[in-house]
Design a protein around this ligand. Structure first.
Ligand code: AG3
Length: 287
């Protein structure tokens, strides 16, 4: 029969998203956050950090397509990739589908997130069990970009909201170091929060990015599980442009199939609602 257990991601503006839970699969407190995995009735297994939905089996493909393939298919030959965060493995999984990739380094701060997902959400985390091109580091991404001498073609910041361990991933020092770690033609794409609920965060992210990079954009996608449904990623590069440098041939030659991403979505994602465009005026190049 149906259980009466529901979980709710509560939002400070007096709004919540509720999911019926059939079973709690995992619940532990790490040094950084609480990590829960539940089996929901309608969205498959779901990962929550500190009560905030990170991934559901039902819709993770949308987020992971859009955070990964937009930059990967703009860069002419992405070989060395860095993922900061992304402990569920979904972003690394998508990166590693590209044949051009020689190495993907992933730096996740919370070992428990990886362990929990390997055990309960193989859909995203299978790849974390071991892949010859994956260099999985449990550590602080902020420190990693400060210290590494490596150069990356693409850096993907797959973070939680800017509270707790992810807060420094939204600041100027971090992006100064990211810029230093990017190869010529490098691109950085980051989890960019909600256009509806996080206008201030989006503005401050774009202020930081536009003072360090030539081409700064924000792009949107809709999903089923993040507050408000509409969500964003930021895009920054000193040479590549996500619109002008988009080539259908890159998609065709990749030989990949996607469930959300396609050429129309790629272009449309950069078209913004007026309120968002106004909020970010002067900081982005979106058409
Ligand atoms: N990263 C988290 C996105 C932000 C979700 N925020 C929220 N539910 N309030 C997801 C990690 C996917 N690899």
């Amino acid at each position: 029969m149906f259980s009466d257990l529901w979980i709710e991601e509560k939002h400070e503006v007096g709004y919540g998203m509720r999911y019926q839970v059939e079973q709690v699969l995992y619940s532990k407190k790490s040094e950084f956050q609480t990590v829960d995995i539940v089996e929901t009735k309608g969205h498959g297994k779901m990962l929550l950090n500190d009560g905030l939905v990170m991934v559901s089996e039902r819709d993770e493909f949308i987020y992971h397509d859009m955070i990964t393939h937009v930059p990967m298919l703009i860069h002419p030959a992405p070989k060395n990739i860095l993922v900061i965060g992304g402990g569920d493995g979904g972003t690394a999984r998508e990166v590693l589908r590209h044949n051009s990739v020689e190495k993907c380094t992933m730096v996740e701060i919370d070992k428990l997130v990886c362990e929990a997902c390997i055990e309960h959400i193989p859909q995203t985390a299978e790849v974390l069990k071991g892949h010859k091109k994956l260099n999985l580091i449990i550590g602080d991404g902020v420190k990693f970009v400060q210290e590494t001498k490596e150069k990356f073609d693409i850096i993907i910041v797959d973070s939680t909201d800017p509270i707790g361990p992810a807060a420094p991933l939204f600041g100027p020092e971090f992006y100064g170091n990211v810029k230093k770690c990017l190869a010529p033609n490098g691109i950085v794409v980051s989890q960019g929060e909600s256009p509806f609920f996080n206008e201030d965060i989006q503005k401050s992210m774009l202020e930081v990015l536009s003072s360090a990079f030539e081409n700064t954009y924000i792009y949107n996608f809709s999903n089923l599980t993040y507050p408000g449904g509409l969500w964003s990623f930021t895009f920054a590069s000193n040479s590549l442009d996500p619109i002008a440098d988009f080539k259908q041939s890159r998609i065709d030659e990749s030989g990949l199939e996607f469930n959300y991403y396609n050429e129309g979505i790629h272009k449309a994602a950069f078209k913004l609602p007026t309120f968002q465009r106004k909020n970010l005026e002067g900081l982005i190049k979106n058409p």
